[in-house]
Design a protein around this ligand. Structure first.
Ligand code: ATP
Ligand code: MG
Length: 721
């Protein structure tokens, strides 16, 4: 490909950035202005015009999905010459470093990654062994403290807890926690970054090697880097690498996780030669969506200030739907997706975005009900599901007997009669003697501290793990997975459980074998063996390898995981005070700006059509709330918005409007959502949901005395109250 075509499809400002002389650069620009496109083209430019080897390039993006997409986009431009270029997330790249230099990083070769769930279990165990009350030291809070310190690059010895007893105890917990991680060869997510940074600081020869190598460093979504990520890049860049960062202060949404938007300013200070390029033309969203987003974000103080414009037409207005409750909301969304499909659109062009994962369940139900396939990014991801983690626990323990988190997970799953008392003895001894749980078992058995039934049960468990390992050493990964699921007793346990949920769990376990079979060993990790590579893959890339990646499916994700992506049709669901902005943000006033940025991120994902929905009442987290529409809705000027009313929907003469049909049938039944009704047996209540029509029509009524019930309208003898 020649030089000119590398610059095709770029505007003047974008060209300026892509073709800039070798130097450091900040590209600061709003959503959809082509930042990621510029970054990708710059990589191609470096290789093709500046003749830089892919070996000398390091590109960092925010999610695995983005990294894969970037690799693909660059490959498209330069062909298959990517060679040994490093592209990945901060965590992915840091992990790779630690795998390569595990000795220098002071880790065992088979170290395992702990996710946040494992981390909290470990903390619980520590609290117990120290006789501390979980209520006084909630594991989440302890984990937050530890991760926060690590994100700032702080080890216990760097922290001065002062005279505050709470802080002193947290510090102490951090110390004990870290000791047990080190003993068990476990690293949490924050640890991956911290260790990689310490590798630079403690091993100058390694640093020198990588500084020599990576002449070009490019970072996307820079506004969301935290202190340790910044430091890692800063040190690696030294005084001579060319660093290009792209970002948007208006899209900084990880402040709660320690991201520092000030890193943008810091960069300009630390790299005095760096130039700043601003992009102002938006290529993603139609006029109404873009103008509405601009107006919304203008409510934030302290912005670096950017204006975005588009050549695109105004397009459709933003549709605003006020639902009666969360089920009505879900049904509206699914109905609108059906309309999009009827017009020839693909499901994968539709994304449903929500503030918290718990919101997905109702949406999933509505999609299932309509038979529409969907995929979830983040949240209840495949590798996070209970049964999968159980199975992975066995695999982990086989790979590394000292993995305490895995030991805890599977020692009694399925139950094998190792009682709480025995476990308590194991935990306490482990802590006192600085051993892992496995080592403790060995010792207590040798010393005959454990005897009788307890000893037999523990010995039985250890034998099982060893046996599973022996049976599968020479087997390919998927056979191993299959064998372990069967012979650990996991499958039988879930099969016995009965019910749909248990059935799904068995299916998931089976799916794990498929996942193992289709697992492709990344070249750079070949040394670590298939099992370890797979375990790391599961921990790092949870959810991104779902088997149905190729079917056309609606995309569901939290607003956070939507960053950097774009979709023709976007639904933002649950835009209510207390949900979005979240309750927490409302309580702590300073978090509101970040919520607004999150709203800006959500809106600017939409290319052609944006729907915003909210519900008047919502059942979530096991209770029912009445909510007001989010303040963000009011911040969007009315000229960009069209409100959709139920009645308007019904009278729309759309030939194939499934939603309208259902609605019509419901109206014919004589009831409406929210209506008070009377039942001869159950008493008074309110209609909350409906489905079907004619003789099949059913309504759900929330009765004041007996709670929620589904009733067939034809038989229920309901009267309006
Ligand atoms: P975000 O802030 O959301 O990450 P971004 O600034 O990274 O957005 P891109 O994703 O790079 O923006 O680009 C947004 C869309 O605009 C993409 O579909 C991209 O292909 C398209 N685009 C970017 N620049 C141009 C251009 N000069 N001409 C036509 N399309 C463009
Ligand atoms: Mg981008």
């Amino acid at each position: 490909m020649d030089v000119s075509s590398l610059l095709d499809g770029l505007n003047d400002k974008q060209r300026e950035a892509v073709a800039a002389p070798l130097s450091s650069m900040l590209v600061l620009a709003g959503a959809g202005s082509g930042k990621t496109r510029v970054l990708t083209h710059r990589i191609a430019w470096l290789m093709q015009v500046e003749n830089q080897s892919p070996y000398s390039i390091l590109a960092v993006t925010f999610t695995n999905k983005a990294a894969a997409e970037m690799r693909e986009r660059v490959e498209k431009i330069v062909g298959n010459h990517m060679g040994r270029m490093w592209i990945g997330t901060f965590h992915g790249l840091a992990h790779r470093l630690l795998r390569t230099h595990w000795q220098d990083a002071n880790l065992p070769q088979n170290f395992q990654i702990m996710d946040s769930d494992d981390q909290q279990r470990l903390i619980k165990r520590i609290l117990k062994s120290m006789n501390l009350d979980e209520k006084q030291y909630p594991p989440r809070l302890v984990a937050g403290y530890i991760n926060g310190k690590k994100d700032q690059g702080l080890r216990p010895q760097h922290i001065d807890a002062g005279a505050f007893p709470m802080e002193q105890m947290l510090l102490n917990l951090y110390r004990v926690y870290q000791d047990s991680c080190d003993r068990a060869g476990l690293v949490d997510f924050a640890e991956i970054l911290l260790r990689a940074h310490e590798l630079w600081l403690n091993k100058p020869h390694l640093l020198a090697h990588y500084q020599d190598r990576f002449r070009h460093i490019l970072v996307d979504e820079f506004q969301d880097t935290n202190a340790i990520q910044y430091a890692w890049i800063r040190v690696l860049a030294g005084n001579s690498a060319n660093v290009m960062i792209v970002g948007d202060d208006d899209q900084s949404i990880y402040g709660w996780r320690g991201a520092q938007v000030e890193n943008l300013h810091r960069f300009l200070k630390d790299f005095p030669g760096a130039s700043t390029i601003r992009l102002e033309q938006n290529y993603r969203s139609s006029g109404n969506i873009l103008k509405a987003s601009n107006e919304l974000i203008a409510n934030n103080p302290e912005r670096m200030g950017k204006e975005l414009w588009t050549e695109d037409k105004d397009g459709e207005p933003i549709s605003l739907y006020c639902a009666f409750n969360e089920m009505d909301e879900a049904r509206f969304i699914v109905g609108s997706i059906g309309d999009w499909q009827d017009k020839g659109g693909a499901l994968s062009e539709c994304a449903i975005l929500y503030r918290s994962n718990a919101q997905s369940r109702v949406l999933e139900e509505a999609l299932l009900h309509k038979g529409l396939p969907y995929r979830i990014y983040g949240g209840l991801r495949f590798f996070e599901r209970q049964e999968i983690k159980d199975a992975m626990g066995y695999l982990r323990l086989i790979a590394n007997h000292d993995d305490d988190a895995a030991f805890e997970r599977v020692v009694n799953t399925p139950p094998r009669g190792i009682g709480d008392r025995t476990l308590d003895i194991l935990r306490t001894t482990a802590r006192q003697q600085q051993l892992t749980l496995w080592q403790t078992c060995q010792r207590l058995l040798e010393e005959k501290v454990l005897a009788g039934r307890a000893a037999n049960a523990v010995r039985g468990f250890m034998d099982l793990i060893i046996q599973l390992g022996n049976d599968t050493t020479e087997q390919p990964l998927y056979r191993m997975a299959d064998w372990v699921i069967l012979h650990s007793g996991l499958k039988a346990m879930y099969e016995e459980e009965k019910g749909e949920k248990a059935h799904a769990r068995v299916e998931n376990l089976e799916e794990l074998v498929t996942a193992a079979r289709s697992f492709e060993m990344p070249e750079e990790l070949e040394d670590m063996g298939e099992l370890n590579a797979f375990l790391s893959h599961a921990a790092l890339e949870a959810g991104e390898g779902q088997a149905d990646a190729h079917t056309d499916a609606v995309q569901l994700m939290t607003l956070h995981s939507a960053k950097g992506l774009e979709f023709p049709v976007v639904f933002m669901a649950g835009v209510e005070e207390g949900i979005f902005p979240s309750k927490l943000a409302l309580e702590e006033g300073d978090r509101l700006d970040e919520e607004r940025r999150l709203c800006y991120v959500g809106m600017t994902r939409a290319m052609e059509k944006l729907y915003i929905t909210y519900a008047e009442s919502r059942r979530i987290y096991g209770r029912e709330d009445y909510a007001r529409p989010s303040r963000f809705i009011k911040e969007i000027p009315p000229q960009y918005v069209q409100e959709i009313r139920l009645k308007a929907q019904v009278s729309t003469p759309l030939a194939n409007n499934r939603f309208a049909h259902a609605q019509q049938a419901f109206d014919d039944s004589g009831f409406r959502l929210g209506q008070r009704v009377m039942h001869p047996k159950f008493g008074e209540g309110a209609v909350t949901n409906y489905e079907g029509s004619g003789p099949q029509a059913r309504v759900q009524v929330n009765f004041d005395d007996v709670g929620s019930k589904w009733l067939v309208v034809a038989y229920a003898r309901l009267e309006t109250a």
